[in-house]
Design a protein around this ligand. Structure first.
Ligand code: SF4
Length: 312
């Protein structure tokens, strides 16, 4: 039994080797998990890593839909998630049965359905193609011109993509509870405190917040932005875990977390459910595992593979 933080890390690495496991971590994970992971990235990068790994076990440090995506792409591998209750407000906002009922009701529209990857396997199985915030513009640009688009589940990301592409879409009314906590007032206040700072914001933020940003992009693109920006002070408007990665990649920059009206930064309670202790436990017991019915997995895999193909 590991007793100190150092023992715990060493024991995680021992178990990882014994289990022939790879540890994948999302950019929003706590610093100690990012530091021990084999790969840290956004949903798109993690999907590629999950597809390419030779490991027999994937320990996925993120939220459930991300681990489920890894399982969809790797049906013969064991995929474990440190905390099985690590959900997502965006995923919850679009249940598969509601989407299915809506598509039946609006059958005559013949929607081309694009789903942001932050959704369940059941929703993915109902869609034509998946996108991430990093490739959403490219995916929408490749949608058939003669069909109306339904974009699920994030209305804020969808609105931003419409601005970028000029393509009209019908938007499902879902949102990320973390990114909608940033307000025009909270971001304007921090800008006033740091008048020389530039602002980079995630497209899950509301339009009012995005309008205050110098750059709107996915978490992975934030890394490039922060490294290459001539500005010394950068206000980062996304979940707080991103600051850990950015500070490592751009150590010469002064990174300022975007505040909400109530807090100095925004934490996702789901992302923060994972801990080193739970990672250790799941590598030890190989539980909790992510499983799904094979017919849904197969139907969910096709739009993910289409996304990977269209992102090349
Ligand atoms: S930050 Fe938002 S979109 Fe990401 S997992 Fe948390 S609730 Fe879901």
């Amino acid at each position: 039994m590991a007793s100190t933080a150092l023992d715990l890390k060493e024991d995680i690495l021992r178990l990882k080797k014994e289990r022939n496991a790879v540890i994948l971590a999302h950019n929003y994970q706590v610093g100690p998990i990012q530091d021990i992971a084999d790969y840290v990235g956004d949903s798109l990068g993690l999907a590629y890593q999950a597809r390419e790994t030779d490991a027999e076990v994937i320990a996925f440090c993120g939220v459930h839909f991300m681990a489920e995506t890894a399982k969809i792409l790797n049906p013969n591998k064991i995929v474990v998630l440190p905390d099985k209750d690590a959900g997502c407000s965006l995923e919850e906002s679009c249940p598969a049965d509601k989407l299915e009922a809506f598509l039946i009701e609006s059958k005559e529209k013949n929607y081309y359905v694009i789903a942001y990857i932050n959704c369940s396997g059941g929703v993915k199985a109902l869609c034509d193609v998946i996108c991430t915030s990093g490739n959403a513009v490219r995916i929408v640009e490749q949608a058939p011109a003669d069909r109306p688009i339904l974009f699920v589940p994030d209305a804020n990301l969808g609105a931003w993509v419409m601005e970028q592409t000029g393509r009209k879409m019908d938007l499902w009314k879902g949102s990320c509870y973390v990114h909608v906590e940033f307000t025009r007032d909270s971001i304007q206040r921090i800008k006033d405190e740091h008048p020389d700072a530039v602002v980079v914001a995630h497209p899950e933020c509301t339009t009012a917040v995005r309008l205050l940003a110098d750059e709107v992009c996915s978490t992975e693109k934030m890394v490039h932005f922060c490294k290459n920006s001539p500005a010394k002070n950068i206000i980062v408007v996304t979940e707080s875990g991103m600051l850990h990665r950015l500070q490592k990649e751009a150590p010469d920059k002064n990174l300022i977390p975007g505040p909400t009206d109530h807090c100095a930064c925004a934490d996702c309670r789901y992302m923060k459910m994972n801990t080193l202790e739970k990672l250790h436990a799941c590598l030890d017991s190989l539980e909790p595992r992510v499983e799904m019915p094979e017919d849904i997995r197969q139907r969910a895999e096709a739009p993910i593979l289409r996304m990977l193909e269209q992102s090349k």
